[in-house]
Design a protein around this ligand. Structure first.
Ligand code: NAD
Length: 332
């Protein structure tokens, strides 16, 4: 099947070509660097399948262009599908498939890395020692042992993150409207209402999907309930956090440190080298001024294992469609 791959980086090409070669080069992959949106959708003319990533914009007008041009399948090479207008896709008869699972360790381990880094100020120490500054003032952290970790969303990633934290001797309290029986098998893990999580947690890590219910789950009202000095980690989706409210929380010191691998307006920024540009997003630039804020550009998934699994599942999803087999990873 002819596949138009959007938002292609060299690593996407490498892993997708390897996965396709393992499947006897069943598909003809055409790689486009452009992000998919209304302006770039014409590139997919004549391609029955389109392959996209997290920041491609699959809104109704873009989907309409794709459908009119003959596209039938959208293969997301990610888990989240918040960037797809699902109603429009359904109305247009477009099938959407995704990668329901790939190394959840990649994201859980990265969230832990952000926490260790922020708590012990390793990002600051790295800069200091390179300039010959070996003073410890400002680098004070706390033992994680004995602390309470709040996890919002206990699916594949949240569960692994919770178990990692218990290995440090932490208590883990979680909120999830759909409890995972695996989570409470660990005696150090328990579910609590969201308000109790906000009030008791020394660290809060977000592992729920972005949906109308979870948009701005971290807002001014939530921050008001939090312990002073709480460390907040978001490796899930940017819009789980009201960035303006979090900046206010950082200024009041209610939020003691913030780790972000995702940002609400990241589509304009992430995955590109903008080091020669003037960044216009003042909110984002304000975040970068805090010494206790660590921002990375949506890299939590970026391990060899995860990229290999994403590529293999994406190729298998397209093959299932091309050969009229059941679409086990269809988003409905
Ligand atoms: P998952 O579907 O296995 O788990 C999500 C969990 O969130 C489920 O247990 C679900 O019940 C829970 N949930 C749903 N609504 C909720 C709510 N209102 N409040 C609290 N919990 C709620 O997903 P996963 O594989 O663990 O991934 C979690 C998220 O991580 C994804 O949705 C995605 O946004 C993000 N992610 C980020 C990266 C990255 O590179 N930064 C990579 C992969 C996934």
């Amino acid at each position: 099947m002819k596949v138009a791959v959007f938002s292609t980086k060299p690593y996407d090409r490498q892993f997708l070509e390897t996965a396709n070669a393992s499947a006897q080069d069943i598909h003809q992959l055409s790689f486009f660097e452009a992000r998919l949106d209304v302006a770039t959708a014409p590139l997919a003319a004549g391609f029955p399948a389109v392959c996209v990533f997290v920041n491609d914009n699959l809104d109704a007008p873009t989907l309409k262009i794709l459908a009119d041009q003959g596209t039938q399948l959208i293969a997301l090479r990610c888990t989240g599908f918040n960037n797809v207008d699902m109603q429009a896709a359904k109305d247009l008869g477009l099938k959407i498939v995704r990668v329901t699972a790939y190394s959840p360790y990649s994201v859980a381990e990265f969230a832990l890395g952000m926490l260790l880094n922020l708590n012990r100020k390793i990002h600051r120490a790295y800069n200091r020692t390179r300039e010959g500054n070996f003073a410890l003032e400002g680098l004070l952290g706390f033992d994680l042992h004995g602390r309470t970790i709040g996890v919002i969303g206990t699916g594949k990633i949240g569960l692994i993150f919770a178990n990692l934290m218990t290995a440090f001797g932490c208590q883990v309290i979680a909120y999830d409207p759909y409890p995972n029986p695996e989570f409470t098998k660990n005696p150090l893990c328990s579910y609590v209402p969201l308000g109790e999580l906000f009030a008791k947690a020394d660290v809060i890590s977000l592992h729920c999907p972005l949906s109308p219910e979870t948009r701005y789950i971290i807002n001014a009202q939530a921050i008001e309930q939090m312990k002073p000095g709480v460390i907040l980690i978001n490796t899930s989706r940017g819009a789980l956090i009201d960035t303006g409210a979090v900046i206010t929380g950082l200024k009041s010191k209610t939020i003691g440190a913030l780790g972000l691998d995702v940002y609400e307006q990241e589509a304009e920024l992430f995955f590109e080298d903008l080091s020669n540009e003037i960044i216009q997003d003042d909110t984002f630039k304000r975040l970068l001024t805090f010494h206790n804020v660590l921002v990375t550009g949506h890299q939590a998934f970026f391990t060899e294992e995860a990229l290999g699994e994403i590529a293999a599942t994406t190729i298998a999803n397209i093959t299932n469609f091309a050969t009229n087999q059941p679409l086990t990873n269809q988003v409905s």
